[in-house]
Every structure is written in structure tokens, then in C-alpha cells.
Design a protein around this ligand. Structure first.
Ligand SMILES: Cc1cc2nc3c(=O)[nH]c(=O)nc-3n(C[C@H](O)[C@H](O)[C@H](O)COP(=O)(O)O)c2cc1C
Length: 206
């Protein structure tokens, strides 16, 4: 998908447009990415997500510009600290991956799940809302003419990595959403067999 799509013009076939979205590996994402005004709009769209009882059980941590390299370098250091017993060559291999993690895509957004445990709304539902924010963000990125991907992994789960990102107690990273321009678009991936997934309820089959 090129950046030429005009987000102000509804696609002729909105469902075909959704069908055309593919996740692009973050190592295949480069400049340009959304500028600050575009990013503000992307996040505002992502925040237009169903949220039981309006708890806003999520927030965003934006990595852009020089902060991407700085945070990645801290992740690499955290990775070394977390793996004192790992064979050195292996540790350095993964530390180097961490040291570049946020430097490929021009913008990376950590969608942080922060369920309010004091309410009657189940934590599960609040976490679903955070996941929906990630998906909404991916669609918004596509609509803006960019590409993105939703990943997690060590950087999104290890306590030392979460400390680097600024994730607080009681919070989790729902997704690291990398966004930018695809250097190459992947082909289609296998999709679920819908006939095997969908059943129409009938009294006889209940
Ligand atoms: C919560 C979550 C975490 C994921 N984490 C990773 C990951 O760490 N690494 C990875 O390669 N893919 C990960 N994926 C899968 C990618 O997003 C995958 O590229 C995507 O499903 C591709 O499908 P699409 O083109 O239909 O979007 C994750 C997906 C989800 C929903």
C-alpha cells in the first residue's frame, strides 16, 4: 500500500480496503512515518474504541525520533542484565536485536493496558478493550496510507524492559505497534477456514 491513499476520501469498497491490510515486519518499515499531527490523529482514532463503563483502561507510550535509539540502547542493557548466565555470543546476538528494536520504524507506540481492578467491570473486558485499541490503531495506520505491525515479545513483557518503557505496576503492554512505510509488502498469509469457524445457532443444535 502506498502512502497515496487519501484518508479523507472513503474507499470505494471499505471492506475491500480492510481486506487489503497486511501486517508488515517492523524490520521492513522505514520512513516516512506519520508526522506529529498525523500521529495525534491516529491515536485519537485508536482511542475511539469500545470501553465498558468508560474506564479508559489503556494509555499510549510513543517512541519517535531520537528517543527510539535511546530506548533501544537501554533495552539492550536491560537484556544483558536479565541474562547473566546466557552464553555470551547468544546474549550479544539478542542484545543487539534489542539495541535496534525501535530504530527500524519511524514511530513505535506501546499500547499499555491498565485495568481498573476496583470496578465491577471484569479485568478481561478491560484487557479486550486494550487489544481492540491495537487493532483500531492498525486500521487507522492503514487508512492513513502507512503500514504497521503489532508485536510483543521480550521487550513488551520482561520487568526490566517494562521499566525501560515506563510501564507501571498493574499495567501490561498490550502491543508494540510499529508504523511507517513498507519497504516491501508481504503477500497474503493463510487465513482461517471460515466455514469451520462459523456456526449458525439453531434450537436443534444447541
Ligand atoms: C498480541 C499479539 C502479539 C503478537 N506478537 C508478535 C511478536 O512478538 N512477533 C511476531 O512476529 N508476531 C507477533 N504477532 C503476530 C503479528 O501481528 C502478525 O504479523 C500478524 O498476525 C500478521 O497478520 P495480519 O497481516 O493479518 O495482520 C502478535 C499478534 C498479536 C495479536
Amino acid at each position: 500500500m502506498s502512502a497515496s491513499h487519501n484518508a479523507a476520501t472513503p474507499p470505494r469498497d471499505p471492506l475491500a480496503f480492510l481486506e487489503s491490510r497486511r501486517s508488515v515486519a517492523f524490520t521492513d518499515l522505514g520512513a516516512p512515518g506519520p508526522d506529529p499531527a498525523q500521529l495525534d490523529r491516529l491515536l485519537a482514532v485508536a482511542a475511539r474504541t469500545p470501553d465498558h463503563a468508560l474506564l479508559v483502561p489503556w494509555r499510549f507510550i510513543v517512541l519517535e525520533g531520537e528517543a527510539r535509539g535511546q530506548a533501544s540502547a537501554r533495552l539492550a542493557a536491560a537484556y544483558r542484565l536479565a541474562h547473566p548466565d546466557m552464553e555470551e555470543a547468544r546474549r550479544e546476538k539478542f542484545a543487539a536485536i534489542m539495541g535496534r528494536l525501535f530504530t527500524h520504524a519511524p514511530v513505535v507506540v506501546a499500547v499499555v493496558s491498565r485495568p481498573d481492578r476496583s470496578t465491577r467491570i471484569p479485568v478481561f473486558e478491560q484487557e479486550l478493550s486494550a487489544g481492540a485499541v491495537c487493532m483500531n490503531l492498525l486500521h487507522a495506520i492503514h487508512a492513513q496510507g502507512f503500514s504497521g505491525t503489532w508485536v510483543t515479545g521480550w521487550a513488551a513483557t520482561h520487568p526490566l524492559a517494562l521499566a525501560v518503557l515506563g510501564v507501571e505496576a498493574g499495567e501490561q503492554v498490550a502491543g508494540l505497534v510499529h508504523m511507517g512505510t513498507a519497504r516491501q509488502m508481504p503477500g497474503e498469509r493463510p487465513r482461517p477456514d471460515m466455514a469451520a469457524l462459523v456456526r449458525r445457532w439453531s434450537p436443534a443444535g444447541a
